[in-house]
Design a protein around this ligand. Structure first.
Ligand code: FAD
Length: 494
């Protein structure tokens, strides 16, 4: 049986291994950490369970697909529920808005809260759907770097309707051109952060992102986000994928223009194909240091990172749900700090995720597990201890004001994650959450392809390559890689 090696057991690496099994490859996954999942991991502290990285789960059908590919009913292995409330939004002046997952309710309640016309909001969501439907088959589901992608009806349709896609203006300008309420503009600007970009730079085409949340919905996996990793890892193991942990790959072996295997800090492994799930930057700088480097790709601006405070809170808050946002008063200044000054503004938007709302056992009785995150610049050598201390003080000040409480007194357990930690635990260059930022309209084309054009049998999956970061896109990258690799006929079938 031909052999495939996958470097890294992040969500995309695990998904690729499952897809390659369906193509009859003998698959070995080598992972530097002692656990699978990369950014999609969890930690327990003092009776509180915390998902460490992703908290928002959209497009669960991409996870289901991996079970179905092997004729398994996903519901026997992995479960989730649709959330009725997508997110609770708070502003310092006391405005609150609970975003319903039901589009008509969302539009009427948003119209009332923000004094906008319901029709205007509905049209915006309709445009969001149109943009998604026009571009997803072209930009997300296929390799952007194969001629065959461009020779389709979908591409022609997208090109003919380029004007509708708002690629020549920023997301903020698109939203400002649609709404008069500053708060509603801010709410829709926030979707730029779903791929770690700035709404003042990312193109207006990103206004398709709300469609994912508001049309398909947001979901919560039973057992928490970490269950995505755990269930896919179990599936891969059942299928016979071999995982070796604490196995840091140091080099991809290339002979005569072909990938021939890898060298880890323990052993040399040979294979017919190699797939790197490691961030593309260290993949080239460390594992392929002797090969020609794709300079433009590696110089691309990185997405934002994050500062996260994991707090055990000794009191339940009825006004909060799974996802909660406390907006800054000056969003533009906040992004100016993140992307240009490479620091944090004193009034950052605060995101709080509380899984114990849906999984009470994630916190002791009468308590809640708060994942408190602010968007942050990547690691450029800043004094993170100083930034963390100041940010913590600012967050507490904001939450005390909005929730009329004294949060400091309620924190009974605490640890943090900063961009240095994210880079250390996952090799993500500068601690970026989503690989490269989408702060230009060419960003999609500058992401590294899912294959190497110079080295045969070498492929790339994960958040730092096409089509981008976030769980759904990482899962799509695994699908694209698998589509690029030929099927091996099963011996029994011959
Ligand atoms: P990773 O998870 O980065 O995994 C790469 C793996 O490769 C790691 O396990 C690493 O140890 C391994 N590796 C690296 N180098 C080597 C080597 N030399 N040898 C062997 N193994 C190696 N996405 C969402 O969809 N929703 C969210 O709400 C969301 N929020 C986020 C919040 C945070 C704080 C973070 C950090 C990320 C968030 N994301 C979110 C993004 C999402 O987590 C990532 O896009 C996705 O998990 C990346 O998966 P991946 O497979 O590309 O790689």
């Amino acid at each position: 049986m031909p052999k495939a090696i996958v470097v890294g057991a992040g969500i995309a690496g695990i998904a690729t291994s499952i897809r390659l099994k369906a193509k009859n490859y003998d698959v070995l996954v080598l992972e530097a950490n002692t656990y699978p999942g990369g950014k999609l991991h969890a930690v327990e502290q003092n009776g509180f369970r915390f998902d460490l990285g992703p908290s928002l789960f959209t497009m669960p059908q991409f996870v289901d697909e991996l079970f179905e590919l092997h004729q398994k009913n996903p519901r026997d292995h992995f479960n989730y529920k649709k959330k009725a409330v997508i997110c609770n939004y708070f502003w310092d002046d006391g405005t609150q808005f609970s975003a319903s997952s039901e589009q008509s309710t969302f539009s009427s309640e948003a119209a009332r809260t923000f004094d906008e016309s319901k029709e205007n909001i509905e049209n915006y969501l309709k445009n969001s759907k149109e943009k998604y439907d026009l571009t997803a088959p072209l930009f997300l589901e296929k390799s952007l770097h194969k001629l065959s992608t461009y020779l389709t009806k979908d591409t022609l349709k997208a090109i003919l309707q380029l004007g509708k896609l708002d690629i020549y203006k920023s997301l903020n300008d698109t939203n400002k051109g649609t709404f008069k309420s500053k708060k509603l503009i801010q709410l829709f600007n926030r979707f730029a952060t779903y791929n770690g970009s700035s709404p003042y730079q990312t193109p207006g085409i990103m206004s398709m992102i709300p469609h994912l949340e508001m049309y398909y919905g947001t979901f919560f996996p039973k057992g928490g986000m970490h269950e995505i990793t755990k269930s896919l890892y179990r599936l891969a193991e059942q299928l016979g994928v071999e995982f070796r942990f604490d196995e840091k790959v140091q080099k991809i072996l290339v002979e005569g223009g072909n990938a021939k295997g890898v060298q880890s800090h323990r052993e040399r492994y040979t294979s017919d194909i190699v797939v790197s799930n490691m961030d593309i930057y260290p993949t080239f700088k460390e594992l392929l240091s002797r090969q020609k480097q794709p300079k433009k790709v590696l110089q691309q601006e990185r997405s934002s990172s994050a500062l996260i405070f994991y707090w055990g809170i000794s009191k339940p808050f009825k006004e909060l749900d799974l996802h909660n946002i406390f907006f800054s008063n000056d969003y533009e200044t906040e992004f100016e700090h993140i992307f240009h000054k490479k620091t944090l503004s004193d009034d950052s938007t605060v995101y709080i995720n509380i899984t114990s709302k849906d999984e009470p056992q994630d916190a002791p009785e009468g308590c809640e597990n708060w994942f408190v995150m602010v968007n942050a610049p990547g690691n450029h050598g800043q004094d993170w201890d100083k930034l963390k201390a100041r940010c913590r003080k600012n967050i507490i000040h904001k939450l005390n004001k909005c929730l009329n409480t004294d949060i400091e007194q309620l924190i009974v357990s605490e640890f943090t994650l900063d961009p240095i930690d994210i880079e250390k635990h996952t090799s993500s260059h500068r601690g970026a959450l989503y690989g490269a930022a989408s702060n230009s309209r060419f960003a999609a084309f500058l992401r590294h392809p899912n294959f190497s054009s110079r080295i045969k049998n070498l492929y790339f999956c994960g958040g730092s390559v096409h089509p981008g970061g976030g769980i759904p896109l990482c899962l799509l990258s695994a699908q694209i890689v698998s589509d690029l690799i030929p099927n091996i006929p099963c011996k029994n079938a011959i």
